[in-house]
Design a protein around this ligand. Structure first.
Ligand SMILES: [Zn+2]
Length: 167
């Protein structure tokens, strides 16, 4: 039995603290003393942990990872949906304004409006008609873009909230 040759715990820990000594040399060869030293080391570590009130250095990183993993709040989803909608409208208006055919139709309506101020509704109607007949493609694309953007935003919003019915 090697334990017969083992030094006193006091000698062992003194040697451990000093970092040298026959007791430490013995511990390097003795599994029992190695186990005692390891147990002592773990206990000391736990005590340091209890005494240290500071958070671990990677706490902020862990929190940020946790926040990133959380589902996006509904409010941000709404903002995203509205942004898509606004961008669609702006893009659609830009498309219509820079389309020559659409522009000429709008100019005709504007000219009519200036000549006869009472024919506002008619001018708007004919303007819309001119727009539709000359730029049906862009207008249809714009309308469907707005529609799908709204549906997409609403679907994402509905997905984050509680579902009223599965049917
Ligand atoms: Zn020993």
């Amino acid at each position: 039995m090697t334990s017969v040759e083992c030094p006193d715990l006091e000698d062992l820990f003194n040697a451990l603290e000093a970092g040298e000594g026959s007791a430490l040399e013995h511990a390097g060869q003795c599994p029992l003393c190695t186990a005692i030293i390891e147990e002592h080391r773990l206990l000391e570590q736990d005590l340091y942990r209890l005494a240290d009130p500071l958070p671990p250095p990677d706490l902020v990183h862990k929190v940020m990872a946790r926040v990133a993993a959380e589902p996006t709040p509904a409010r941000r989803e709404l903002v995203t949906g509205l942004s898509i909608l606004a961008a669609s409208v702006v893009a659609g208006l830009g498309l219509l304004l820079f389309s020559d055919a659409a522009l000429s139709g709008a100019s005709t309506s504007l000219a009519r409006l200036v000549v006869d101020g009472t024919a506002l509704f008619e001018a708007l109607l004919s303007g819309a008609h001119a727009l539709w007949s000359t730029a049906a493609g862009p207008v249809a694309a714009l309308l469907s873009l707005i529609l799908f953007s709204s549906l997409f935003a609403l679907k994402r919003l509905a997905g984050t909230g509680p579902t009223p019915s599965e049917a």
